[in-house]
Ligand binder design. Structure first.
Ligand code: ADP
Length: 255
């Protein structure tokens, strides 16, 4: 699989006096699928928000494509290391959130087209073609002119995925994308992620409470607890681990 495309080295993150992450070390390899599990409030979202540069670490290094995202000033403050690289990183990463964050006043086709046109400066025709292709891929080819308010939660989440895919990311981040959905809509969204995962090209980091799903598609599972990666390994190793009592008690809730 070659060099990691993302590396966290001893990353700490505090909010005020509370240290949420206490030294995260993590490599993400090309095309690797990593599931992050752990109790609520353990810092799972914070880990992926830092990769999207929505949050800066308090200390440590996050290296993407061999380049550091943050640089320590003499006063100890971390500042963006290189604006150009940061822009590129943001362009290489697609993120899908728990809440879909679609633009309500735009049709779903327009929702998908807007970033390629305005951020990547792509011409309208090819942005439109690719947006249609991605909406078809997530099973919404017949809803192009609909507004988000006319769709179910599962459909909205599939639009959010198409919108991220249109940007041709190298890495996709999924943050509890099914948590806000009615139970009967969960499977249709997981199915789309499975399809994307099986295509294989993109690296993926999935924060999820869907343990069966994580077992199914992840190459590696990380259990975040107490501010550190308390366990990691293949799905078989992590889900079959009965030595770590905290992991076992966490998993018991999903059985
Ligand atoms: P998880 O995704 O595992 O539920 P989060 O990464 O969302 O955990 O949050 C970890 C901890 O950090 C929580 O206690 C949360 O309240 C706190 N936290 C997250 N973001 C902020 C913020 N912007 N300001 C203050 N506290 C925050």
């Amino acid at each position: 699989m070659g060099e990691p495309i993302v590396r966290y080295e001893n990353v700490h993150k505090s909010f005020g006096a509370v240290e949420v992450l206490k030294g995260i070390n993590l490599d993400l390899k090309q095309a690797e699928k990593v599931a992050v599990i752990g109790p609520s409030g353990s810092g799972k979202t914070t880990i992926i928000r830092m990769l999207m540069t929505l949050e800066e670490p308090t200390s440590g290094e996050i290296i993407v494509d061999g380049k550091n995202l943050w640089h320590m000033e003499k006063n100890g403050q971390l500042v963006p290391a290189n604006e150009k690289h940061l822009r590129q990183v943001r362009g290489d990463i697609g993120m899908v959130f728990q809440h879909f964050n679609l633009f309500p006043h735009m049709t779903i086709l327009e929702n998908c087209m807007t970033a390629p046109i305005h951020v990547q400066k792509e011409d309208k025709k090819s942005a439109k073609e690719r947006s249609i292709e991605m909406l078809e891929k997530v099973g919404l080819g017949d809803k192009l002119g609909n507004y988000p308010s006319q769709l179910s939660g599962g459909q909205k989440q599939r639009v959010a995925m198409a919108r991220a895919l249109v940007m041709r990311p190298k890495i996709m981040l999924f943050d509890e994308v099914t948590s806000a959905l009615d139970p009967e809509l969960v499977e249709e969204v997981l199915e789309v992620i499975r399809d994307i995962a099986h295509e294989g090209r993109m690296a993926m980091v999935l924060v999820t409470h869907e343990m069966e799903f994580a077992r199914d598609i992840a190459d590696r599972v990380l259990f975040l607890d107490g501010g550190v990666i308390a366990e990691q390994g293949s799905p078989e190793e992590v889900f079959g681990n009965s030595e770590n009592k905290r992991l076992e008690s966490f998993l018991r809730r999903f059985r």
